[in-house]
Design a binder for this molecule. Structure first.
Ligand code: SF4
Length: 357
């Protein structure tokens, strides 16, 4: 028997901490009752974030050519995905690309590099870029996502002005060996902890739809809560051609809403970001997702194209939300269009095509 979501939110507002059993019960909500679950979770969203949407913008500093073997990833070792592949962007190009997102309304820029983790020289390279970016855009938040961190690297990034560090747990510890064998779940926890200890705001999330059970999804969500990540990106698997999960598809738009609602109810005051796979899995229900999540990425992802940035901004505006800390600008008055296949990114960083921002 599923929990009554309204009664549960009453208790959460009074200090109750969602249990694993309750979370599993909520994930089992039937399709026809899912909007009721969303309405209950949206009370928590409004209490902590009102009607604002934080817009983030990804800049892929280095794309592809990773020696790790994460099953879901188009940049993994031996991938046959026909993604862009390039090594480090020049600092001025990284700052230029970030500027497109900031002009589009992003208050946080996520500077991401593929690979196991940075060398100290890479950290210095990123530190320089962040200094340049902050000089031009002093109010922007910068999140770095560079892989596993070694001694002193988180501290150096913090000194350079980096605000946050992203490193996703991705899935449950009990599922991890099935999705990656070149590193461990504990390695991932270690890097999030290092970032937190250095004063970087920890950002860590998950990828749903990789064959995990509801119990494993709950295990991952409660692990993120235990890590006390300030922001939680929820990705929905994008089954890239040329990866082991090519063609794998188990999510529905309503299941995605249930997952978002459970993350909100488990972590009511945390920044919840709908991340990769938003367009292809939520489809027409993307704006309903904003009733629960309070953040999205603008425009494109690391190796795939998102819907047009103008459509993202129009969606925010049309659903009655406002972009946090920025004007939504002249958002197009168009509905978001569903994409049933992964569109490989061919614009923005690493190309001479204008960014989708
Ligand atoms: S470490 Fe990052 S870039 Fe490399 S395969 Fe895993 S997810 Fe992809």
């Amino acid at each position: 028997m599923p929990c009554d979501p309204e009664a549960l939110v009453d208790r959460i507002e009074a200090g109750h901490i969602l249990t694993a059993e309750e979370a599993e019960s909520l994930l089992a909500t039937p399709d026809e009752a899912t909007f009721r679950l969303v309405a209950a979770a949206s009370r928590l969203r409004r209490r902590h974030f009102d009607r604002t949407v934080k817009v983030n913008y990804l800049v892929s500093l280095k794309t592809g050519l990773c020696p790790e073997n994460c099953t879901y990833c188009s940049q993994r070792l031996g991938t046959e995905a026909e993604i862009l592949k390039y090594t480090w962007l020049k600092p001025e190009e990284a700052v230029r690309q970030a500027g497109f997102g900031i002009a589009g309304g992003a208050s946080r820029v996520c500077m991401v590099a593929s690979g196991t983790g940075p060398t100290d020289r890479d950290v210095e390279r990123v530190a320089g870029m962040v200094g340049d970016l902050k000089q031009q855009h002093p109010r922007v938040e910068v999140c770095a996502c560079l892989g596993f961190l070694k001694d002193g690297q988180a501290q150096r990034l913090r000194e350079a002005g980096v605000d946050a560090y992203n490193h996703n747990l991705n899935t449950a510890e009990s599922k991890y060996p099935e999705i990656c064998t070149s590193h461990t779940y504990a390695d991932r926890v270690d890097t999030v902890t290092r970032a937190d200890d250095a004063g970087l705001s920890p950002c860590s999330g998950l990828i749903a739809g990789m064959g995990e059970t509801h119990a494993q999804l709950v295990e991952a969500i409660l692990a993120l809560r235990a890590l006390d990540a300030d922001s939680i990106p929820v990705n929905f698997l994008m089954p890239f051609d040329g990866t082991p999960l090519e063609g794998y598809w188990e999510l529905t738009p309503l299941e995605c809403l249930r997952i978002l609602a459970v993350v909100r109810m488990a972590c009511p005051e945390k920044e919840l970001r709908i991340a990769g796979g938003r367009e292809m899995h939520l489809r027409a229900l993307q704006p309903i997702g904003l009733e629960v999540a309070n953040s999205i990425f603008l425009g494109d992802y690391l190796t795939s194209e998102g819907q047009d940035a103008e459509a993202d901004l129009a969606m925010i505006r049309d659903a009655g939300f406002t972009v946090l800390g920025a004007s939504a600008g002249d958002a197009a008055d168009e509905a978001a269009e569903a994409g049933a296949t992964v569109e490989l990114r061919r614009r923005g960083a690493g190309t001479d095509q204008r960014a989708n921002a």
